[in-house]
Write a protein that binds this ligand. Structure first.
Ligand code: SF4
Length: 339
């Protein structure tokens, strides 16, 4: 059991999705860990704590923020070339030893994060003339109350909402978020329960949530980070890309190269391993991209071969699409959300 996080300020925000147990313990229902949390302790994510037999959110209204190109999320088929206000906080409900953002995901000290209200998020986006906000950097699931309330306000105000998530969330809270979410990038970390266990999660709920998100009509892209020694089985990868294709062959897949970080010091993923997976995935999926590799990552029309989006890293993006996201040459729809 984790201690209560440090550096909280203001009135504590009571959490959603929990139930009381005997002896002032509570059970958190937000994610499939279903943590049993004793008084004066926090759950596995480190940011939901039991005070006096009630569950509170420690990271409500605590954030770091930046403005990024939407391609950096990564979202390649959603408002290409636009900028997005990106917010993150502390905490995560998975425990990947190679985490690239461990200073946030594993932090139990909130004092380095700014205090922010949902109205300030809206005003900041408007002031910067930005039409979308992403909850990203750490896992937005464990920031549920702030994400939900801020998303409700943003949607009412005509601002789009993006979640960059590991997809490890219980069914009911996901169903509450989906109508408020315009686009989502879900990190599919492997295609094996054994690998998922090495990262402190479980695969089955993530697969269900990916399918649920797609069926609800939320724009969906999937990221897969290839980490030597964790999830580098080619056989599993091939099953994974076939499974994504069974939902829809038009879901964009981003296959990313790992670099040593946090507790994992294996050498970076060999470039040829990424290329091999791109070739294999392209047999099942129409839009396959590499991440963390030099070079371009253009989008080609699968029908006529025209380059419909040209990208040079994140900042130079030009499109040859009509206003509905179809190829300007052969008019084939690409499933690209323009604005
Ligand atoms: S959200 Fe946090 S406290 Fe709740 S079940 Fe998941 S890991 Fe445990």
């Amino acid at each position: 059991m984790n201690p209560i996080p440090l550096g909280m300020s203001g009135t504590p925000k009571e959490a959603f999705y929990w139930e009381t147990l005997k002896d002032s313990s509570v059970k958190c229902l937000l994610c499939p860990h279903y943590c049993l949390i004793h008084e004066n302790s926090s759950g596995a994510c480190g940011v939901r704590y039991n005070l006096g037999g009630r569950l509170f959110s420690a990271n409500y209204g605590r954030a770091c923020l930046a403005i990024d190109p939407v391609e950096k999320k990564p979202l390649y088929h959603w408002k290409p070339g636009s900028m997005i206000l990106s917010l993150g906080t502390a905490g995560c409900n998975m425990f990947c030893p190679f985490c690239q953002n461990a200073h946030l995901s594993r932090s139990s000290d909130l004092s380095h994060l700014a205090s922010i209200t949902k109205d300030q998020v809206l005003n900041f986006a408007r002031g910067e003339n930005i039409s979308s906000v992403a909850f990203t950097y750490n896992e937005p699931t464990v920031w549920f109350e702030f994400v939900l309330e801020t998303s409700e306000l943003l949607k009412r105000s005509g601002i789009s909402v993006v979640l960059v998530t590991n997809g490890f969330i219980s069914e009911e809270p996901l169903d509450q978020l989906l109508p408020l979410t315009d686009a989502m990038n879900i990190d599919l970390k492997s295609f094996s329960e054994i690998s998922y266990r090495k990262m402190g999660g479980a695969m089955e709920p993530v697969l269900k949530n990916i399918e649920r998100t797609y069926r609800q009509g939320v724009h969906l892209e999937i990221t897969h980070l290839v980490v030597p020694g964790i999830n580098d089985s080619m056989e599993e990868f091939e099953k994974m890309s076939a499974w994504i294709s069974s939902i829809s062959p038009t879901i964009p897949l981003h296959i990313s190269r790992y670099f040593p970080a946090f507790e994992w010091q294996m050498p970076p993923t060999p470039q040829e391993d990424i290329e091999q997976r791109m070739t294999a995935a392209s047999k099942n999926l129409r839009y396959v991209y590499s991440g963390n590799l030099p070079g371009t990552n253009n989008t080609k029309c699968p029908n006529c071969g025209e380059t419909v989006i040209e990208r040079d890293r994140y900042y130079q993006v030009s499109t040859r699409l009509d206003h509905e996201g179809a190829c300007s040459r052969c008019k084939t729809p690409q499933g690209i959300v323009m604005r």
